[in-house]
Every structure is written in C-alpha cells, then in structure tokens.
Ligand binder design. Structure first.
Ligand code: C2E
Ligand code: CA
Ligand code: CA
Ligand code: CA
Length: 277
C-alpha cells in the first residue's frame, strides 16, 4: 500500500514539475524571444457598425517559439505577469503597434490602434511616462492610441488606478473597458473613471444568435453605456444575424471573425487597400 501511495505522489509531482519546468523555461526565454523577433503582433480590424468603415485595429501579441510552435497569448501573458515581465512585454507590443501606426500615417491612413493593458501595468509607477515616450518616439498623436483595460485592472486598486487613468487620458488617448460584463463589473466605476468605451465580452456575443438571454445582456450593456455617454464595441461577432442584432441595438463598433480574423501587418495592408478601393 505504501509503495502505490508513494508512486501516486511521485507521478503527481512529475506532472507538476513538467508544467513548472516549461513555465520556467518560457519565463527565462521571454526577453530573448523579444530581442530575436519571435514575439510579434497581429492586427484585428474593428468596423463602424453602421457604415462598415474600418475605425481601428486591435493589436494581439503572438509568440512563434522555435521548439514549442505558436504559443497563444493566454499561455504567456499570465506567466509574464507572474514573473514581473509584463512591463517589458507591453512596451514591446506598444512599440510594434505604434511603429505600424506611424507607417500607416505616412501612407495617409489615420487608423487608431488598440493595445491591451494588463492589470499589473497600471501599478507600474512609470507607465504614463513610458506610454508618452513611446508616442513621441514614433511621432504618433495620442488620439490614435486606444488602451484596452481588462475589468480586473480597474478594480484592483481603484484609487491608484483612477489617477493613472486620468494621467493616461490626459495624453489624448482613449480608454476602453475590455471584457465588459465578466468578472467584477462595477457600474459605478464606469461613471467615476475616465473610460471612453466598453467592449462587450465575446462570451455574450458568441451566444447571441442562438440565445435570447445573451441578446438581452448585450442590449442592456449597450443601453447602459450609451446612457453614460460611452461608445460600445462588440467583440466575437462571427455571424450575420449577430451583426444585424447588434447594429439594430445601436452598438457602435464590431469586431470578430465575420469582419476579419487577426491579420499580419502586410495582409492587413492588402485588406485595407481592397476595402478602400
Ligand atoms: P481579448 O483582448 O479579449 O482579445 C480578443 C480575443 O478574441 C483574441 O484572442 C482574438 O483573436 C479573439 N477573437 C477575435 N474575434 C473573434 C471571434 O469572432 N470569435 C472568437 N471565438 N474569438 C475571436 P487572442 O489573440 O488569442 O488573445 C487572447 C487574449 O490575450 C486577449 O483577449 C487579451 O486578453 C490577451 N492579449 C493578447 N495580446 C495581448 C497583449 O499584447 N497584452 C496583453 N496584456 N494581453 C494580450
Ligand atoms: Ca482586448
Ligand atoms: Ca475582450
Ligand atoms: Ca478576453
């Protein structure tokens, strides 16, 4: 009995060790991966619901690992947060996004670019300065940058965050509340913080064409946000019916596979050209 017990323990530790080893390895490799150009970004178009004009793109990070293959962001963002490297990763993504934005500007395309901002980043005392320096370095006006905040980011330390958000807002950029409707939604925060827009989480949008409950949630969020003077983006729009429903509800902007998958920058440029004729 003792032998089988200990072997059970051993295999449990083995699984644990494999996971933590891989995590440890990824953690130590993150910095080098950025330097080697293995961490890149793709851009997903966001359109005006009424006119279908492209209004912005969301920057989504990608890791092409030489041995593990494509690692999805959900597998390494959290890790970067835990090992205290989310700051450098965010700077890297911001840099890639603003460099592209500058190139579009040079081609007379004034396209806003959205970058995701993790909870941890709001607690970094030099965040505002780093964002300001990045904008200056690339010569991109703050008005063309959107920072998407996960709801968790705002709840953690609302007093402190509130100052950071005000300072960021003062740079001219727009703040978007990501994944709205999940986690600790606080309606009062929407009123108290300098938020410009909310993004309805895709978990609600994905079910809209089949479930009245999801449609009701989307409608409620749109109504609430509009009453507070905020714009609304729906993410995860995959089918025509959902697009129609959201547009009828007055949703301002749409993002999802129906419009476009996230695109590499050269593919995006072709996509833009094809749409604008
Ligand atoms: P998110 O910010 O909610 O981004 C939207 C995710 O939904 C993206 O996944 C996107 O590819 C996916 N998506 C877009 N349209 C559709 C659709 O129509 N249907 C479905 N089913 N999915 C759709 P992705 O690229 O895997 O990113 C996952 C998450 O990783 C993001 O969720 C975001 O929270 C995080 N993330 C990505 N890039 C960054 C980054 O640079 N910094 C930080 N802090 N987080 C990032
Ligand atoms: Ca986002
Ligand atoms: Ca989201
Ligand atoms: Ca999400």
């Amino acid at each position: 009995a003792a032998a089988s017990e200990s072997s059970g323990v051993a295999s449990y530790h083995q699984v644990l060790d494999q996971q933590s080893l891989r995590r440890l390895q990824l953690g130590t490799e993150l910095e080098q991966a950025m330097a080697d150009g293995h961490i890149s970004v793709v851009f997903q178009p966001i359109i005006d619901a009424r006119t279908s004009d492209i209004v912005s793109v969301e920057t989504l990070v990608r890791w092409a690992h030489p041995r593990f293959g494509a690692i999805p962001p959900d597998d390494f963002i959290h890790l970067a947060e835990q090992i205290g490297r989310i700051g450098p990763l965010t700077d890297h993504v911001l840099d890639l996004a603003l460099a592209r934005c500058r190139r579009w500007l040079d081609q007379d395309i004034a396209l806003s670019v959205a970058v995701n901002l993790s909870a941890r980043c709001l607690a970094e005392p030099d965040l505002v300065e780093r964002v300001q320096r990045a904008l200056r370095r690339h010569g991109v006006p703050g008005e063309l940058l959107i920072l998407e905040l996960t709801e968790g980011s705002v709840v953690d330390d609302s007093v402190r965050s509130s100052n950071v958000l005000t300072d960021l807002h003062a740079l001219g950029l727009r703040l978007s509340m990501d994944d709205f409707g999940t986690g600790y939604s606080s309606l009062s925060q929407l009123r108290q913080l300098p938020i410009d827009e909310v993004k309805i989480d895709k978990s609600f949008v994905l079910g809209m064409s089949t479930s009245q409950g999801e449609s009701f949630i989307a409608r409620s969020i749109i109504e609430l946000a509009h009453n507070l003077g905020l714009r609304v983006v729906a993410e995860g729009v995959e089918d025509e019916l959902t697009r129609k429903l959201l547009t009828e509800m007055g949703c301002d902007k749409l993002q999802g596979f129906l419009v476009s998958r996230p695109l590499a920058d050269d593919v995006l440029e072709k996509w833009l050209l094809a749409r604008t004729g």
